[in-house]
Design a protein around this ligand. Structure first.
Ligand SMILES: [Zn+2]
Length: 252
C-alpha cells in the first residue's frame, strides 16, 4: 500500500463526507492505481472533475499515483487554478442536447419549454442512458452517482437541487444556458418540434371557448399536441423571463 494526500475544491465537496470537505486528507491506495479510479473510489464522479494537480502539475485521468503525492482536484470553473491547465471535462456546445434519468421528468419538461432537446423516458435503464449520452453526444443530467461513474459518460451534470424549478435554474447557471433559450419551440410532452398550424386544421380538437377566442396555434410535428397562448403559457412566459434574469423562483 501507499499513501497520498487529497484535497477537493468547491462543489466537488458535495460528494464527500463532512470531515473531508475543503481540507487535505490522507488516503491509502494500491500501488499502480490510476488517479481517476482513486478519485471515484472516494465518491467523486469523473464527470464532475475538470483539473487535477499532482504535486502542482496538471495531470490526466490516467496519471498513476505515487507514494506521498499531494493531489488537488478542481471542478469545472471559469477561473483556472494554474495557468493553462489540462482540462479533463469536455466543454458542452453552446446549445447542448440532454438526456435525463427517470427521476427528472419535470426538469425535462421545463428544459423542453425553454427549447432544449431532451431525451427522457421514465423507464430508461442506466445502460440506455449511458448509450444515448455517448452515441448522441448528449449531456446527461442525473441524481444517480453510480451512473456518472460509467466510462461512456463524458458530459454530465449531477443535479443537486430537489425542486424542479431550482433544478432548471441550477442547470442553466452551471452550463451558462441563458443566451440559448428558444421558448415554445419544442413539445414538452414528447420533445418534438412545434410548428404554426392553421386554426381550420385543428378546429375539431378545440374546446368551445378556445375555438371562439384563440386564433394562433402551434402543433407538435411528432405527437400532434396543440398549443396556444392561453393563461398557462402566459404564466410560463413570466417564469422564463425571471429565469433569463437569473432570478428564478419556485412555481406557485
Ligand atoms: Zn409532441
Amino acid at each position: 500500500m501507499a499513501d497520498a494526500t487529497f484535497r477537493f475544491h468547491a462543489e466537488l465537496n458535495d460528494f464527500l463526507p463532512g470531515n473531508r470537505r475543503g481540507v487535505p486528507f490522507g488516503h491509502a491506495f494500491e500501488r499502480r492505481a490510476a488517479i481517476k479510479d482513486v478519485i471515484e473510489s472516494l465518491g467523486v464522479p469523473h464527470t464532475e472533475v475538470d483539473v487535477i494537480l499532482a504535486e502542482g502539475h496538471s495531470v490526466g485521468f490516467d496519471y498513476i499515483l505515487r507514494d506521498g503525492d499531494r493531489i488537488e482536484v478542481y471542478p469545472w470553473s471559469l477561473a483556472a487554478p494554474v495557468p493553462s491547465p489540462r482540462h479533463l471535462r469536455p466543454r458542452p456546445p453552446a446549445v447542448p442536447r440532454f438526456v435525463l434519468d427517470a427521476h427528472l421528468g419535470r426538469l425535462a419538461r421545463y428544459l423542453r419549454l425553454l427549447g432544449f432537446d431532451c431525451r427522457y423516458r421514465n423507464d430508461a435503464t442506466d445502460g440506455e442512458l449511458a448509450a444515448c449520452a455517448d452515441e448522441e453526444d448528449r449531456v446527461l443530467l442525473t441524481r444517480d452517482r453510480p451512473l456518472l461513474k460509467r466510462k461512456r459518460i463524458r458530459m454530465a451534470h449531477f443535479v443537486r437541487a430537489d425542486d424542479p424549478w431550482r433544478q432548471v435554474e441550477e442547470v442553466c447557471d452551471t452550463l451558462d444556458l441563458h443566451g440559448a433559450f428558444a421558448p415554445f419551440t419544442r413539445c414538452t410532452r414528447c420533445n418534438g418540434r412545434l410548428v404554426e398550424v392553421d386554426k381550420a386544421a385543428i378546429i375539431e380538437q378545440l374546446e368551445p371557448l378556445t375555438k371562439r377566442y384563440v386564433d394562433d396555434f402551434l402543433q407538435c410535428e411528432a405527437c400532434g399536441q396543440v398549443y396556444w397562448h392561453g393563461s398557462h403559457v402566459a404564466h410560463m412566459q413570466a417564469l422564463v423571463a425571471r429565469l433569463r434574469q437569473g432570478r428564478a423562483s419556485p412555481a406557485t
